[in-house]
Every structure is written in structure tokens, then in C-alpha cells.
Ligand binder design. Structure first.
Ligand code: NAG
Ligand code: NAG
Ligand code: NAG
Ligand code: NAG
Ligand code: NAG
Length: 894
């Protein structure tokens, strides 16, 4: 290959291991040498380098990084720290290398270099793994434990083909991400979407044992050798029970406010998927509750989100002048502090959203970063205004003191090192990283880098991890200023914030919770596919995904366990195999060789956590069950109407497992209720303009009333004692009463209704209550015949979607999708109380039993349960529904 012209942008330059260079200086190396080749593994020419030379590999892009990448390999003066141990991420001749198990440094001494042979042998702890010129990331998942796999090789990201892709391969990817290997599942193409068509397909026929340190140590066809399309892109579902440890959290504002979770050792990462409504601009992590607290500059909000990317909550909406900078969490005193350059203040708020206060609002110009010492309740901050300074004060704003006011320009980043009791700060104007004592004494320069635009810093043992807007990777330097290096893959745009998190390191006194356990309460089964309410293909929900079960060893003992979880009981439960009820090729096969005695109460008791995702099956072997439906022995349940998936479901209250109540036709079911006397389900369908009934098992489907084409029957409730149905109709603006067979239709009221929705009954007193979410939202009541109509409340409401009368406490419970509140009040509207608020929620239906409140939530994609005082929020069943509307509980005791 002769002279081609390249526009050389160096894209994959890693400098991980300068210390090793010293030791290897004298070794004479032989290296592969080639220029501008497309596939470095094809390079055959070996040269012996001169003394003081080492091997190097560089990746170059011809124009756009995705279009064409070429590599140069050879010898280079060893003063360049980049050469040793796998420079730009490549690889010598892969196949020769795999047999070698020697450590990188000695390998370079005795073998041809430029290769990516160095496993993480002997390396544990915080050092950068020497195998990590290959990185992985997950994209397209709905939480931080899953996604399409992309692999970073030679400076660019590409995908992996799903041929032979399964649990063992997923174990390696999940391990690289710092997740537990056991319980990993491989996903075939389609589950998490496809990479863009221009992206390379890097690996095919990957075959791992599951223990490899890096995916490129598995057998595969060779870089870029494949016969696949992007519709075969491989994905993984990792075990969400992994310990959250050894992580670098990052925030990239250049990519639009994305928070990343990066493994400290391998620099493989996953963006934390979040509702696109939010664009975080600064964050901090609280290890005690596993939540990330962030500010949204645009929305002027203080927010928090679980580190998996779920459960976004608002702490406080700030005023229109607020310009939010960085925030810092004190996990011990349960507070956070933030800087606001719009109002020129530093504010604080408790982590539960209470106790907001202004800490400092005098003599602030442009406050930016903060650091906290919980033990002494001291806050430190930087100010990059006209007189740049670093100051401190007590949490209440007293004892304010300036620590540094000279030699500063844009002190963007500040961090307190609890190991050394020292402050570190980075300045984009002076181009310096500096340190000083907490009283401002002993100030010293760690690093001067005239090309850097420093923005954030996070100390970790002997290192300072930091961000530099002129670099597109994470940066690191030793605390003595030596060993400046970029870390991990390139491709970030503007890293605005960084936190290294490792248990046992960092703020003293922080109590970390035990790792999450994916136990029975997080694993569910459901029946899908062809079949009645009591039979179907079994799907199991683990780690946020539904998958199937392989029928190896599948017999009536396993069926008994599944049928009981669904509330049917074990009697006459029959196993059905060979995908009899159909299958779904796009989901993963989660379980194989399930081995129950039949006595277990949960399928998780019949399988080992480490076995999830491991199988030797295909979907033609999917397992099903045929349970016995006996309405007199069915366990307590909740009925839910899902207008997105267009099903009504019976969900077992004990296990959260469920089965659809099959109907000839369901379009948009909203209101739902149950008559235990006749075992009949009543529901409204606003798409078909119908009021319908069905037996609990889906038989006897009946249309009780056909409504006109403008009818929108949102709310529905029955009076079992008096054999009546009530429904609201926001299309015709009417609330209607009729008999259970659809006869005797009368209007309760058709005046002064705007958008009536929820209806609920006090049967003993024959009173109906309803909500109206129209222009003037209100809650009203009247007698069954419409007499004695009264407005209970008409303020502080927006979309009051759910209302239920609680006979146990003689109270009304209300949920509102506009105010995001759950409230309780007396039946006359007095003593109204807020019991729960969740900014991220979209509540719809509400029901109560003697102990709990149950609410359906569109954003949580499921049902949550609360104590009657609003405490103890717990999900019921999987968060995997579409739009759950009406919800109705049934307990055998009434
Ligand atoms: C994967 O590797 C193992 C062990 O080397 C081998 O037995 C197996 O046949 C390989 N599988 C495929 C699909 O190549
Ligand atoms: C500073 O905060 C105090 C207490 O919140 C408030 O009374 C005062 O008006 C504020 N001053 C300014 C200049 O905003
Ligand atoms: C299934 O489990 C039982 C005991 O629980 C055990 O005796 C049996 O060997 C297991 N079967 C298989 C094939 O693993
Ligand atoms: C399910 O069980 C019922 C009742 O025993 C039986 O009639 C039906 O054929 C069974 N279905 C399958 C697929 O085995
Ligand atoms: C009930 O109200 C609707 C809507 O206002 C009206 O069209 C209908 O005639 C009323 N029915 C009766 C029986 O009054």
C-alpha cells in the first residue's frame, strides 16, 4: 500500500502506564511495523527497535471518525509514554497473542509488542487495567444495567454481531462494566435497537468462557470480520444486584447533559438513561441512598434520580433568576448545597426536599463549585467573579473566611480530600491544579498545563481525577503532579463534573447500604401468547427485562410453582413445552434447567442467580403452563386496565405476577371494578365507547352499554350491594347510574360538569364522589340520585385523576397527575393533607384496602403501594406496563 493522503487526527492515544516505561527502557523490543493500514491485525512485518525505543500503535481518522480509520505501528522513542502497553488501543496479531498469558511488561521485553495481550493479571484496585485498550459501553437500554454493546477498538466504537452471543459473552461485558458477572443475559439483535448504519461491526462469532477480563480475549472472527447487519447487534442485561462500587460518575454537558457510570478499573461505561425532559448540568452522588442529585440549569430545578436512571424526583423548583452552578451532597447531615450565580447565593436544602435556606447571599459574584466537611459542618466554595476567591463558612453562613484571593482566575473545580484533609482546586484561567490546607495555608501548585481548560476535580488515593474541556477523555494526575494521563476511551465532549466513588474511600462516617439483592420480590412471571387466562407461554421478569424459560427439565413440578405465583394454585398444574403457546424471538431466554420440587412458592427458589441468562436453547423450546382456574380458590389480586398495551390484567397481590384477562376486543380500557358475588369484571373502554363485563377468566365477554361516538367513559365503579354501575363520561359531560345488566340508565347529573373523571362510592350512605379536571378542577359529591350536590374542594388541583372513598377510615384519597400529589381529606373536604408527592410521577388510578393505598403511575409503568400516611412507597409487580389507568383491589375477606 503506497502513499495515501491522510488528514491525521489522532483519535486513540492512551498513555496509561508511564511507570512501566522506566522499567522497560533498556529492553530491546521487536514490534510489528506497518503504516496506514486498515487492519492492524493483518500487519506481518516485524522490526527490532533500537535501544530506548518502544513499540507504538496509533489510530488515525481520514476525515470523519466513523468513515475510515487507519493505523500505524512501529518503534518510537521511548520518551513518549504512549508507546508502551498498547498505545492507541491496538493489538498486534490477535491469534498469536491469545496463548500468551504473560504480563504486559515482560511480554514487551521478550515478544513482539503492539499487542493487546495484557490481561488484568495481578491487577486489582485502582490502577488502570493494562488490558483496557478495548472498552465497552451500553447504549439504548431503559436503565443502567442493559443495552446494546459497543466496543471501542482502535479509537472508534463499533458493534458486536449476535451470532453465538449468549450468557457467557454477556458475563464478560457485564464484568468489564463493573457489574456482577453472574446473572448476566445476552440479548440478540433488536432488543436494544441497532447501531447507526455507518458504525462498524467489529466482532462476530464471539465465544467466551465468561471469565475473560476483556471481550477481546474471547475467541472471535477477528476485528471487523463478520457476515452480519446491524439488525443483529448484540446486547446484554446485567445483574442489577451488582454492588455499586469502583465507579467514576461523569457528566458531559457537551453531549446534552448525560451522566455516565464508568468502571474505575476498565473505563468501560454506560450512560444513565434518564427522561429526556432533564438536562443535568452538575451532580453529586449519595452512596447511602444510591441516588444522584443534580441541577437542571434550564428548568432551574434541584432534582434527584436513582443511579439506575429510574425514579426521577424534584427537590425544589427555583425562581426565574436562578442560574445554577454545581452542587454538593452531605450524606451524613442529609443536606445538599448549591451555588446560584443568578441570585448570587449559596443555598441548602435537606435531601427530602424540606428545610430550604439561603446560606450565603452577601458579597458573592460568581460562586461555582463547593466542597463540604460534614463533621465540622463547613462549606467551601470558589468564586470566579471579578475578584476570584475561595472561601469557607459554617453551614449556617457564619464564620465566613477567605482562604485564597490571589493567583486565581476561573477556579472552576474544588474538592475536599478526606484522606489528607486538604483542598484541591482547578483553575481554567491560570491553567493550574493546586492544593492547600483547609485554612488556606501551604498552598502549592500540583500541575500547570497551559493547554488545559480545567473544570472539575475528584481526589482518589494517590490520584486526582479531573476534567479538561480541551480533552475528550477523563484525565488523571498523581497528587505529586507526575503521571498526567488521559484515561479510557475518547469521545466525550465537555466533561463538566466528575466523582470517583468507592466504598470505604471518601467522606468518613458515610454508612453504605448493603448491596441491592435481586430477590423474589423483584422477579415476576406472566402468561403471554396464545391461551386462556390460565394458560400460556411463561415469561419471567429479571433485572428489568422479560425473558422466556427453556423447557429442558420443564415438567409439572415447575408448572405448580408458576401457577401458584399467578394466584391459580398448584392443583392440576400442567407443564407445556416446545413453544406450544407461541414465542417472541426478540426477547432473551432467561432460565434453563429450572429444577423445582413443586413445593416452592417462587420460581427463584428453583434456580441459581448465577445461572440466569445461561442456556443452550432456542425459542422453539420455550416453556408454558396450563393452570387450573377455580374462581373460588383464586388468591387476592388487583385488576388493572392498560390502555397502551390494550389489555386488562389480574395481578396476584402476593407475587406481583400476572395474566391478561383475554377479551375478544379491548381498545382503551380505563375504569375497572370487580363484583365478587358473580366473579364479574366491569370495565369501560373509551376507544370503543363501551361499558363491558367479563368473567374473571375472560369468558362471557358482554357489552352492557354502547355509548355514542363522543362518549369518553373514564371512571367506573360498582355498588355490589345495590347491584349498580356508575360511570363518568367526559365527552357527554354526564355521570350515569345503571343496573349491572345495563338496564335502568339514569343520569346522576349532567349539569356543571366539565371533565368528570374518577367516581367512587360510599355505599352505606349512597353517596357518590367524583373528580373534575376541567378548567376549574374540583371534587364534588352528591347522593346517588344527584341531590345534595356539593363541591368539596376546588383549589390546589390540576388533573385529579384518581379518587377513592375509604370505608375503613371514612376518608377520601386523591391522586393528581398535575400536582403530582396524593392527598387525603374528610368526606366534607376538610382536613385536607398532603401525604405523598413525586415530581416524576403521573398518577392515574387509586384504590385502598384496610392497610394500604395502591396507585397506578404512567411514568413508573406500574403500580405502587403506600401506607395510609404516605410512607413506605413500594412497587407492586414489575414496572413494565404501558399506561395503567383504573385499578381495583380484591381481597377474599372483602
Ligand atoms: C466455543 O469454545 C468452546 C471451547 O473452546 C468450544 O467447545 C465451542 O464449540 C465453541 N463454540 C462455538 C459456537 O464456536
Ligand atoms: C439574604 O438572605 C436573607 C435571609 O434569607 C434575606 O433576609 C436577605 O434579604 C437576603 N439579602 C439579599 C441581598 O438578598
Ligand atoms: C434437581 O434437584 C434435586 C434436589 O432438589 C436433585 O436431587 C436433582 O439431582 C436435581 N436435578 C438435576 C437434573 O439437577
Ligand atoms: C389445558 O388443560 C385443560 C384442562 O385440563 C385441557 O382441556 C387443555 O387441553 C389443556 N391445554 C393444553 C395445551 O394442554
Ligand atoms: C343524560 O345526560 C345526557 C347528556 O347531557 C343527555 O343527552 C341525556 O338526554 C340525559 N338522559 C336523561 C335520561 O336525562
Amino acid at each position: 500500500m503506497k502513499s495515501r493522503i491522510f488528514v491525521l487526527t489522532i483519535i486513540g492515544f492512551l498513555i496509561p502506564y508511564c511507570a512501566a516505561l522506566e522499567r522497560d527502557k533498556k529492553a530491546v523490543q521487536s514490534c510489528y511495523e506497518c503504516s496506514n493500514i486498515a487492519d492492524p491485525s493483518q500487519c506481518t512485518r516485524v522490526v527490532t527497535c533500537r535501544a530506548n525505543e518502544v513499540c507504538y500503535t496509533e489510530a488515525h481518522s481520514t476525515s470523519s471518525i466513523f468513515q475510515s480509520t487507519v493505523y500505524s505501528l512501529g518503534c518510537r522513542a521511548s520518551t513518549l509514554c504512549d508507546a508502551i502497553s498498547h498505545g492507541g488501543g491496538v493489538v498486534g496479531r490477535k491469534r498469536n497473542v491469545r496463548q500468551l498469558n504473560t504480563h504486559c511488561n515482560s511480554c514487551c521485553r521478550t515478544n513482539n509488542c503492539n499487542r493487546n495481550l495484557c490481561g488484568a493479571t495481578g491487577h486489582t484496585g485502582p490502577t488502570v487495567s493494562t488490558s483496557s485498550s478495548t472498552y465497552v459501553r451500553l447504549l439504548g437500554g431503559s436503565h443502567a444495567y442493559e443495552g446494546r454493546v459497543e466496543v471501542f477498538h482502535g479509537g472508534i466504537w463499533g458493534s458486536i454481531c449476535d451470532d453465538n452471543w449468549g450468557g457467557h459473552e454477556a458475563q464478560v461485558v457485564c464484568g468489564m462494566l463493573g457489574y456482577s458477572r453472574s446473572g448476566s443475559g445476552g440479548a440478540q439483535g433488536g432488543l436494544f435497537g441497532a447501531a447507526p448504519t455507518y458504525a462498524k461491526i467489529f466482532m462476530d462469532e464471539v465465544n467466551c468462557t465468561g471469565t475473560e477480563a476483556s471481550i477481546d480475549l474471547c475467541h472471535f472472527n477477528g476485528w471487523g470480520v463478520h457476515d452480519c447487519g446491524h439488525d443483529e447487534d448484540a446486547g446484554v442485561i446485567c445483574n442489577s444486584a451488582s454492588t455499586e462500587d469502583n465507579i467514576i460518575f461523569l457528566l458531559d454537558t457537551g453531549l446534552g447533559g448525560v451522566i455516565f457510570r464508568m468502571d474505575l478499573n476498565t473505563q468501560s461505561y454506560v450512560p444513565i438513561p434518564m427522561n429526556s425532559l432533564y438536562t443535568p448540568t452538575a451532580f453529586d452522588y449519595d452512596p447511602t441512598d444510591g441516588r444522584i442529585y443534580f441541577v437542571d440549569y434550564r428548568l432551574r430545578q434541584l432534582m434527584s434520580v436513582h443511579f439506575s436512571g429510574t425514579d426521577v424526583r424534584e427537590l425544589k423548583q427555583l425562581d426565574a433568576n436562578a442560574d445554577l452552578e454545581k452542587i454538593q451532597v452531605d450524606p451524613i447531615n442529609r443536606k445538599l448545597f448549591y451555588a446560584d450565580t443568578g441570585n448570587n447565593l449559596i443555598g441548602s436544602i435537606n435531601l427530602d426536599g424540606t428545610g430550604y435556606r439561603v446560606v450565603v447571599n452577601q458579597s458573592l459574584d460568581e460562586p461555582r463549585d463547593l466542597a463540604l466537611v460534614p463533621a465540622t459542618q463547613t462549606i467551601y466554595w470558589t468564586d470566579w467573579g471579578t475578584s476570584p476567591k475561595i472561601e469557607k463558612a459554617s453551614y449556617d453562613g457564619s464564620n465566613r473566611q477567605t482562604l485564597a484571593s490571589t493567583g486565581l482566575k476561573w477556579p472552576n473545580g474544588l474538592a475536599y480530600d478526606y484522606e489528607e484533609n486538604r483542598l484541591y482546586f482547578v483553575d481554567a484561567g491560570t491553567h493550574k491544579i493546586e492544593a492547600m490546607q483547609p485554612d488556606g495555608s501551604s498552598r502549592s501548585v500540583i500541575l500547570t498545563d497551559s493547554s488545559a481548560h480545567f473544570f472539575a476535580v475528584s481526589p482518589y488515593h494517590q490520584y486526582l481525577y479531573y476534567t479538561d474541556w480541551n480533552q475528550h477523555t477523563v484525565m488523571r494526575v498523581n497528587k505529586d503532579g507526575s503521571g498526567k494521563t488521559n484515561i479510557g476511551p475518547t469521545g466525550f465532549r465537555q466533561l463538566a463534573d466528575i466523582r470517583v466513588h468507592k466504598y470505604g474511600y471518601g467522606m468518613p462516617g458515610v454508612v453504605t447500604p448493603s448491596p441491592i439483592v435481586v430477590d423474589e420480590s423483584h422477579i415476576f412471571v406472566r402468561l403471554v401468547g396464545r391461551g386462556d387466562h390460565n394458560e400460556g407461554l411463561v415469561e419471567v421478569y429479571i433485572n428489568g427485562e422479560w425473558g422466556t424459560i427453556c423447557d429442558d427439565m420443564w415438567d409439572d413440578r415447575e408448572a405448580k410453582v408458576v401457577c401458584e405465583m399467578l394466584g391459580f394454585g398448584k392443583t392440576n398444574a400442567k407443564a407445556v413445552s416446545r413453544a406450544y403457546y407461541g414465542t417472541d424471538n426478540s426477547i432473551i431466554i432467561f432460565l434453563d434447567d429450572v429444577n423445582c420440587t413443586g413445593e416452592e412458592s417462587h420460581i427463584a427458589q428453583c434456580t441459581k442467580i448465577g445461572d440466569w441468562g445461561l442456556h443452550n436453547c432456542d425459542h422453539r423450546e420455550d416453556a408454558g403452563v396450563n393452570c387450573t382456574f377455580d374462581v373460588t380458590t383464586i388468591r387476592d389480586f388487583v385488576l388493572v386496565a392498560d390502555s397502551y398495551i390494550q389489555e386488562i390484567y389480574r395481578m396476584d397481590l402476593e407475587t406481583g405476577s400476572y395474566s391478561a384477562i383475554p377479551q375478544y376486543s379491548v381498545n382503551t380500557p380505563i375504569g375497572i371494578d370487580y363484583d365478587p358475588l358473580t366473579h364479574t369484571v366491569f370495565y369501560s373502554d373509551v376507544g370503543l365507547h363501551l361499558i363491558k363485563s367479563t368473567d374473571l377468566d375472560g369468558n362471557n365477554e358482554k357489552i352492557l352499554k354502547r355509548l355514542n361516538s363522543v362518549a369518553i367513559p373514564d371512571g367506573l365503579v360498582i355498588d355490589v350491594q345495590n347491584r349498580l354501575i356508575f360511570y363518568s363520561d367526559t365527552g357527554n359531560d354526564v355521570i350515569v347510574k345503571m343496573n349491572m345488566d345495563g338496564t335502568g340508565v339514569v343520569n346522576v347529573t349532567n349539569t356543571n360538569l366539565d371533565e368528570p373523571r374518577a367516581v367512587t362510592l360510599d355505599v352505606a350512605n349512597q353517596v357518590i364522589y367524583w373528580t373534575d379536571w376541567g378548567a376549574h378542577p374540583k371534587i364534588e359529591k352528591s347522593n346517588y340520585d344527584g341531590s345534595n350536590r356539593q363541591t368539596l374542594i376546588d383549589s390546589g388541583l390540576k388533573f385529579p385523576n384518581g379518587l377513592v372513598y375509604d370505608g375503613t377510615t371514612n376518608k377520601l384519597y386523591l391522586c393528581d397527575a398535575g400536582t403530582n400529589k396524593i392527598e387525603v381529606m374528610d368526606t366534607n373536604g376538610q382536613n385536607r393533607q398532603l401525604i405523598f408527592q413525586d415530581a416524576g410521577a403521573h398518577f392515574f388510578g387509586i384504590d385502598v384496602d384496610s392497610q394500604y393505598i395502591y396507585v397506578s403511575d404512567w411514568t413508573k409503568d406500574g403500580v405502587i403501594r403506600l401506607n395510609k400516611d404516605g410512607s413506605g412507597e413500594t412497587p407492586v409487580g414489575p414496572p413494565s406496563f404501558g399506561k395503567l389507568n383504573g385499578i381495583s383491589l380484591y381481597h377474599q375477606g372483602g
